[in-house]
Ligand binder design. Structure first.
Ligand code: URP
Ligand code: ZN
Ligand code: ZN
Length: 473
């Protein structure tokens, strides 16, 4: 068989199985699973370690245009480096259409931004912010055919919000073309109304980001998106669900037989709105400003129920990194005047897997197999990468993370590889840590040290998602 690399002595954990076996790799793919592999050009000793499919993070923002006052803290070089250090072997960032621009041109721009920079493989979701007839009828079908088989729409943000009519138009294209729709479900007008009232009352500190978008606003938008999807019989994925209220809408939709998928993120099991207070309402609360905002401990409990009961298919980072202490970061000149100008998003691509392992597997809330499904396999299945990625099986890409289930670490900015100047999880203690990340058979990160080659990661044209097929209603 001429095995290039054998991973020996570990416990292989996939979304479905836990097996003591060795993994043989040849030409960047898994070639052999056997009780013992004795002949290989190179061997890695994985005894005492868990051998899992590398993480797939299907919700990552890199190098995104963020307005005249703000620069994003990660491009493809630092973003994929950080992802790999956190146990990931594939990410799917967004190619975001700027209103007035062609979507095709935006995608070409992202290809240029990523080319030669990535340590691990990547795909692109599209973001549709300007659904002109050309975008709907020509560009979207062509880009789906090129392997960008999913797109996100926003129900809020001045530069991104779509009207109900526009949502229906893009949902209709998704159904015809079998593309998977991701929805940012928070309602624009509700947020704007509350924001103006808060500002008028002088409540402008980062903390008031939370009160400006309470759960009812997320719940209303989730229900509205589900109704549009039902009207057209198109499957949708509700991303970054923050708490019980949106979850209730998702459960309700599923009871009606609708194909509604859901994602949640580390911030919604570990942070609360109080983190946005900072110390004594100082500006450091800006570090935690993201949307939807972190809620309360009851919401965290609800999210855990959802993770255990299968409400959530994917657990993603929503990595959207900004600097804290920088004139072009969270506290840019305008950001100091009102929470509404603080760029929304947290860096978290590197800490996603350790946080879920530690809080989930180590604390007995979810199984190892559920962990793999939530961090890798389901992302591959939903977004057209399976079984090339998302599992350890003969013929699959050799995208593997070696995981020490017992290793204790304290998350600190100084051990991370991202571009941001802070982590929201500073001082957070975890049990369980990635000790080696292997992508297409090559070691990318070895015990925190990046040993892979920039440019070794490539663009992956994704298949159409089988989960985007209409229910047939
Ligand atoms: O606050 C967040 N989540 N920023 C990232 C953009 C998005 O809506 O996912
Ligand atoms: Zn969003
Ligand atoms: Zn996001």
């Amino acid at each position: 068989l001429d095995i290039d690399l054998a991973i020996r002595g570990g416990t292989v954990v996939t979304a479905s199985d836990t097996i003591r076996c060795d993994v043989g790799i040849k030409n960047g793919k898994v070639a052999l699973l056997a009780e013992t592999i004795t002949e290989a050009a190179r061997t890695i000793d994985a005894s005492g370690l868990i051998v899992m499919p590398g993480g797939i993070d299907s919700h990552v923002h890199l190098d995104q245009p963020s307005g005249p006052d703000v620069t994003m803290a990660d491009g493809f070089e630092s973003g994929t480096r950080s992802a790999a250090a956190g146990g990931n072997t594939t990410i799917i960032p967004f190619a975001m259409q700027v209103k007035g621009e062609s979507l095709r041109a935006c995608v070409s721009d992202y290809h240029r931004k990523a080319e030669g920079k990535a340590y691990i493989d990547y795909g692109f979701h599209l973001v549709v912010s300007d659904p002109t007839p050309t975008v709907l009828n020509q560009e979207l079908p062509a880009l789906f055919a090129d392997g960008c088989t999913s797109f996100k729409v926003f129900m809020t943000y001045d530069d991104l919000v779509l009207s109900d009519r526009q949502l229906l138009e893009v949902f209709d294209v998704a159904r015809r073309e079998q593309a998977l729709v991701m929805v940012h479900a928070e309602g624009y007008d509700n947020i704007k109304f509350l924001t103006e009232r808060l500002e008028a009352a002088g409540k402008t500190a980062p903390y008031y980001h939370g009160p400006s978008r309470p759960q009812v606003i997320e719940r209303e938008a989730t229900h509205r998106a589900i109704s549009h999807a039902e009207l057209l019989d198109v499957p949708i994925m509700i991303v970054h669900v923050s708490g019980r209220e949106a979850m209730e809408q998702i459960r309700w939709a599923r009871q009606r037989g609708l194909k509604v998928y859901a994602e949640t993120c580390p911030q919604y099991i570990t942070l609360t709105e109080d983190d946005m207070k900072g110390l004594n309402m100082d500006m450091s609360g800006a570090k935690y400003v993201c949307s939807p905002p972190p809620r309360d401990t009851d919401s965290q409990k609800a999210i855990w129920e959802g993770l255990k009961q299968g409400v959530f298919q994917t657990f993603s980072s929503d990595h959207c990194p900004f600097f804290y202490d920088s004139p072009r970061g969270k506290l840019n000149e305008k950001g100091r005047t009102s929470f509404k100008w603080v760029p929304n998003g947290l860096p978290g691509v590197e800490t996603r897997m350790p946080v879920l392992w530690s809080e989930g597997v180590s604390k007995g809330r979810i199984t190892m197999n559920e962990f793999v499904a939530l961090t890798s396999t389901n992302h591959a299945k939903l977004y057209g990468l399976y079984p090339k990625k998302g599992t350890i099986a003969v013929g699959a890409d050799a995208d593997i993370v070696l995981w020490d289930p017992n290793r204790k670490e304290t998350i600190r900015q100084e051990i991370l590889h991202h571009g941001s100047d802070y982590t929201p999880w500073e001082g957070f203690a975890v049990t369980g840590w990635p000790v080696m990340t292997i992508a297409k058979g090559r070691t990318v990160v070895d015990d925190g040290k990046v040993v892979g080659a920039m440019g070794a990661g490539s663009f992956i044209a994704r298949d159409k998602s089988p989960y985007a097929l209409p229910a047939g209603a």
